[in-house]
Ligand binder design. Structure first.
Ligand SMILES: Cc1cc2nc3c(=O)[nH]c(=O)nc-3n(C[C@H](O)[C@H](O)[C@H](O)COP(=O)(O)OP(=O)(O)OC[C@H]3O[C@@H](n4cnc5c(N)ncnc54)[C@H](O)[C@@H]3O)c2cc1C
Ligand code: FES
Length: 244
C-alpha cells in the first residue's frame, strides 16, 4: 500500500450517473486487475474505495457511479485537481486459473474492474467472453471498449431495452473454461448458482479503513474469517459462505 498524490487529467460522464476519471503521477506503479484504490475527499472522514479499471505505469483509470456525498464530490473535480490516493490495495484476480476461454460477468459498476482483467487475458492470447449486465439502456457503458480488446461481448438489460433481456445469468455461453465476476450481491449469488466451472468473485462491500485495521469488512469463508479489503475483494467460488 502506498499513499500518493495523483493529478486528475480527465473526469467525464459516461452516462447520467457514471463517470470515468484518469489519474496520473510519474511515481504511480502499474496496478493489478481486481485491486482497488482508496480516495480521500475534502470534508469526508472515510476514504472512498474504487476498483482499478485500467492501469499503466504513471496512469490509473477508475469508473464510478455517483451515489452519495463522496462520489458527487469526485464528479465535480476538474482536470488539474490533486487527490490523496492509497494505491495497491486488496488481493486481485488470479489470472493463472483462467484456462483458454475465460468468461467475465459484470453488473453495473461491477463492469469496470473486469476491463483491466480482460486486457491482460487478451494479451495472453485467451479467448475472452464478456457479459455486461445493466438495468436499462440508459445505464449501458463499456461495451465498445471490451469489443476493441477483441472480446466476444453480450450486453443484458433487465428491462430488455438493449441487448438480451434479463440478467447476466440469462446470457451464459454454452462453454467456458473459468469465470471472473463483479457486481451487486444478488447478481453474484445468481452467478454462484448458475456457474458450471470454478471462478472468482469480487465483493464491493462497505468498508471502513480499507487497509485491514478495523475488521469492519470481515466475512466468513470456509477457511475462516477474511477481510474483504485485505484478503479480498476477490474470493474463490469454493471458499465463499453466503451470509443468508
Ligand atoms: C473494493 C471496492 C471497490 C469498489 N469499486 C467501485 C467502482 O469501481 N466503482 C463504483 O462506482 N463504486 C465502487 N465501489 C463502491 C464505492 O466505494 C461506493 O459507492 C462509494 O464509497 C460511495 O461513497 P459516497 O460518499 O458517494 O456515498 P455514501 O454517502 O457513503 O453513500 C450513499 C449511498 O450509497 C450506498 N453505498 C455506499 N457504499 C456502498 C457500497 N460499497 N456498495 C453499495 N452501496 C453503497 C449507501 O448505502 C448510501 O445509500 C467499490 C467499493 C469497494 C468496497
Ligand atoms: S475496512 Fe477496515 S479491515 Fe477492512
Amino acid at each position: 500500500m502506498k499513499q500518493q498524490t495523483l493529478r486528475v487529467t480527465e473526469n467525464i460522464p459516461l452516462t447520467d450517473s457514471v463517470y470515468r476519471m484518469t489519474l496520473e503521477s510519474p511515481d504511480l506503479e502499474e496496478q493489478q486487475p481486481g485491486r482497488f484504490v482508496n480516495i480521500r475527499l475534502d470534508g469526508l472522514f472515510l476514504r472512498r474505495p474504487i476498483s482499478v479499471c485500467d492501469s499503466d505505469p504513471g496512469r490509473l483509470v477508475i469508473i464510478y457511479k455517483t451515489v452519495g456525498k463522496g462520489t458527487e464530490k469526485m464528479s465535480r473535480l476538474p482536470a488539474g485537481a490533486e487527490l490523496s490516493v492509497l494505491t495497491g490495495l486488496g488481493n486481485g484476480y488470479d489470472l493463472s486459473k483462467a484456462g483458454e476461454s475465460p468468461l467475465l460477468l459484470g453488473g453495473g459498476v461491477g463492469v469496470p474492474p473486469l476491463f483491466l482483467l480482460a486486457r491482460k487475458l487478451r494479451e495472453q492470447g485467451k479467448s475472452v467472453t464478456a457479459v455486461l449486465g445493466f438495468n436499462t439502456q440508459a445505464e449501458v457503458f463499456g461495451e465498445q471498449v471490451f469489443r476493441d480488446l477483441g472480446c466476444r461481448v453480450t450486453v443484458t438489460t433487465a428491462d430488455g431495452s438493449y441487448g438480451t433481456k434479463g440478467f447476466v445469468t440469462d446470457a451464459l455461453p454454452a462453454e467456458y473454461s473459468y469465470f471472473y465476476t463483479c457486481g451487486p450481491e444478488p447478481m453474484l449469488k445468481a452467478v454462484y448458482r448458475a456457474a458450471r466451472t470454478s471462478g472468482q468473485f469480487s465483493f464491493e462491500e462497505r468498508m471502513g479503513c480499507g487497509f485491514g485495521a478495523c475488521m469492519g469488512c470481515s466475512c466468513k469463508t470456509i477457511t475462516g474469517s477474511k477481510r474483504i479489503c485485505r484478503e479480498g475483494p476477490v474470493l474463490e467460488k469454493e471458499e465463499i459462505l453466503w451470509a443468508d
